[in-house]
Design a protein. Structure first.
Length: 138
C-alpha cells in the first residue's frame, strides 16, 4: 500500500468563505499515482471545515445564511469563549459542518455521486490556515 500527503493553505480575505477544492484534491490524487484507495481531506484548524455538497451559488449562500442564523457572529459578547476573542461562532459552525471528508478513489478519480464536490469552509478567516490531503491505496 502507498500513501501520499499534500497540504493546501488558505488565507481568506473575509471572515467566512466557501471554496471549492475538488480540482486541487483530484490533482493530489493524480500526483500520488494511487488508482484504488481512499482520500481523506481535513481542515487542520478548529474554525474551518471540509464538507461535500453541490457547487451551486444559491445553496452556498443558503449554507452561510443558515449557519449565521444558528451561530451568529454578533453580538460577540453573547459567547463565553469570546473573552478576549471574537470567534466562538466559528467553532460552533465548524462543529455543524464537520472536520473532514473521506472519498473513495476508483480508477484514479474521486468516486462521487451526482453533483458532489469538496469544499473548504472558513468561519474565522483573514489568516493563514492549513488543510491536509492524505491518500492511501494502490
Amino acid at each position: 500500500m502507498k500513501s501520499y500527503k499534500e497540504e493546501l493553505w488558505f488565507d481568506t480575505k473575509s471572515r467566512r468563505e466557501y471554496i471549492n477544492i475538488t480540482n486541487k484534491v483530484q490533482s493530489a490524487i493524480n500526483k500520488s499515482g494511487i488508482k484504488e484507495g481512499l482520500c481523506l481531506v481535513n481542515a487542520m484548524h478548529i474554525t474551518a471545515s471540509v464538507f461535500i455538497n453541490d457547487d451551486e451559488s444559491g445553496l452556498i449562500q443558503d449554507f452561510d445564511d443558515w449557519l449565521e442564523g444558528l451561530a451568529p457572529h454578533e453580538p460577540v459578547s453573547k459567547y463565553r469563549h469570546n473573552a478576549g476573542e471574537d470567534n466562538a461562532d466559528g467553532h460552533l459552525k465548524r462543529q455543524v459542518m464537520g472536520r473532514e471528508v473521506v472519498v473513495a478513489v476508483t480508477a484514479g478519480r474521486l468516486d462521487f455521486g451526482p453533483w458532489e464536490q469538496i469544499f473548504y469552509g472558513e468561519f474565522d478567516g483573514r489568516r493563514k490556515k492549513r488543510t491536509l490531503i492524505k491518500i492511501i491505496g494502490e
